[in-house]
Design a protein around this ligand. Sequence first.
Ligand code: IMP
Length: 195
Amino acid sequence: MDLIFATHNKNKLKELRNILDTDINIKGLNEIGYFTEIEETGATLKENAIIKAKQIFNKYNTPVIADDTGLETDALNGEPGVLSARYAGEDKNSTDNINKLLKELSKHNNRKARFKTVIAFITAESEHTFEGSIEGSIAVKPTGDKGFGYDPVFIPQNYNISFAEMDGKEKNKISHRAEAVTKLANFLSKEYKNK
Ligand code: IMP
């Protein structure tokens, strides 16, 4: 089947292709020539995932998935959460976001955190969401150069290295997105087996 993944993020696309079945043909937004940023105006990860998927579905009328991810910390009452991408400001990048997070957390002892992902899957007939999460903690300084986003400061529970120090395969075995994508993959293989 053909599926559009409503993202411009090449890393996410690569992760998804590595986890999903190979007979699903996944195209990212750059590959279909859609270069406009989709505004995340929802109050929750789930709302944002649905907003992104619907915007693309309404234009292309092809099955679409979209994800939204947030990093929650206990000491900051769940921040940056739904604001993870814009934590340091609209025009800031991942390094700025990490620096802000480390500065805010330096005032606290509790460094517990988790990544959460919601994937929305929209077709002409239905709308479904799939969730994944991973517990961990925020390191005092960034380490590693793999992955993206907050990976250099996220240490998954029961590990002593950051996501950015793991190779992609290892991250894909345990990550928030892997859990949500695996749920989506199980659903797709049941629903679309004979199509
Ligand atoms: P979004 O889902 O693309 O809106 O991502 C929200 C924020 O979380 C962005 O700052 C991303 O860079 C970051 N992010 C999303 N997924 C991951 C991940 O797997 N590791 C680290 N950061 C991530």
